[in-house]
Design a protein around this ligand. Structure first.
Ligand code: SF4
Length: 342
């Protein structure tokens, strides 16, 4: 059933660095990187990351701030913090857990990652079902069920024994490759797909599998006006690392305040009490989740900043190293406007 697909995957993708040389640790790192990030982006960062942190112990030594800096360019920093929690716990245990249940007890490792570790890391029978596998298997077997746990259960029942006669590692990776290359959410290239002679959905409309969840109502967007302050002193810039429960958690932002928000419940930033300030030095637009943001920024001294905001408590200076510092994208854009490319 999957022979041709596996042959294609081995031929095209065996060169990926996390497939060439693997251990449970490298599988953990690569799997967490690959969740929500494309292969091409992970390819740019994984080799250096593994070279710098080749073992559980070397990564477990990093502080939260250090791992977020090492994670730069991969986005979704919550994953970096989860990876850190996982390696700290594994390091404490002194060995990598070996069963699905033991793996799931490690903070930061959920059902998908635990299954991926067994299948890809140890080549043991397991199915790492994410949105990709859910989609391709629903199409191959023609399972018309809504996305979610019910569909996963059905997939395991229907597909399990077909997969068990192949290497768990090879078949899981081949199905992932299929979902990434030919059998995408909005496009199915059935004519050139290695599964076309076996696939049920190719004779119908592949895009109808699996059944989409009910469309949510149109997203309401909120206008948000922020005041941001650039305080530079001796090649350092005043900033704050965002907490875990905030947007951009783990990243550094320059002091930021709400000037005006359509969403009155927003508590990401404090409100600026003193609103009568000089004309802004510049404005840039950005957006995040449901907010369309106008960022006005001012370049001020620390004393001026304290006079405007009331205090500089909670902020500290960060080295103005835009390559190595873990600054948020908007902070970097503002720094570029202020300092140019230097
Ligand atoms: S034949 Fe088409 S629908 Fe079936 S797995 Fe391949 S790309 Fe997907």
């Amino acid at each position: 059933m999957y022979k041709k697909l596996i042959q294609w995957s081995l031929k095209e993708f065996s060169h990926l660095p996390w497939r060439k040389k693997r251990s449970l640790y490298t599988t953990l790192v690569s799997e967490i990187m690959l969740q929500q990030t494309t292969v091409s982006t992970v390819l740019k960062h994984y080799p250096d990351f593994i070279k710098k942190y080749p073992t559980v112990k070397s990564l477990a030594k990093l502080s939260e701030e250090e791992i977020c800096v090492a994670w730069k360019g991969l986005g979704y920093y919550r994953r970096a913090r989860n990876l850190r929690k996982a390696v700290i716990e594994i390091d404490k245990k002194g060995k990598f857990p070996k069963t699905l249940e033991e793996l799931k007890e490690i903070p930061g490792i959920g059902d998908y990652t635990a299954s991926a570790l067994l299948a890809m890391g140890k080549d043991e029978e397991a199915m790492a079902i994410d949105a990709n596998l859910e989609r391709v298997l629903a199409r191959i077997y023609g399972i018309k069920e809504k996305k979610g746990p019910k569909l996963h259960k059905k997939i395991r029942e229907v597909v399990g024994k077909d997969l068990s006669s192949f290497s768990a590692r090879e078949v899981n990776e081949a199905l992932m490759d299929l979902g990434r290359v030919y059998c995408q959410a909005r496009k199915a290239d059935c004519l050139i797909c290695p599964m076309k002679s076996k696939c049920v959905a190719t004779k119908k409309n592949p895009l109808e599998y699996p059944e989409p969840l009910k469309a949510k109502g149109a997203t309401k967007y909120y206008e948000l006006h922020l005041a941001r302050f650039v305080v530079i002193h001796q090649n350092k810039v005043l900033g704050v690392i965002r907490d875990e429960d905030k947007w951009l958690s783990g990243q550094v932002e320059i002091p930021t305040f709400i000037l005006n928000s359509e969403d009155k419940d927003l508590d990401q930033y404090p409100r600026l009490r003193k609103t009568k300030i000089a004309t802004a030095d510049g404005v840039i637009k950005s957006s995040i989740t449901k907010y369309r943001i106008t960022n006005s920024f001012w370049v001020v001294t620390k004393a001026e900043f304290e006079a405007i905001s009331g205090t500089s408590k909670g902020y500290k200076y960060f080295m103005l190293d835009r390559q190595k510092g873990n600054f948020s994208t908007t902070t970097l854009k503002i720094l570029k406007k202020v300092l140019g490319d230097n």
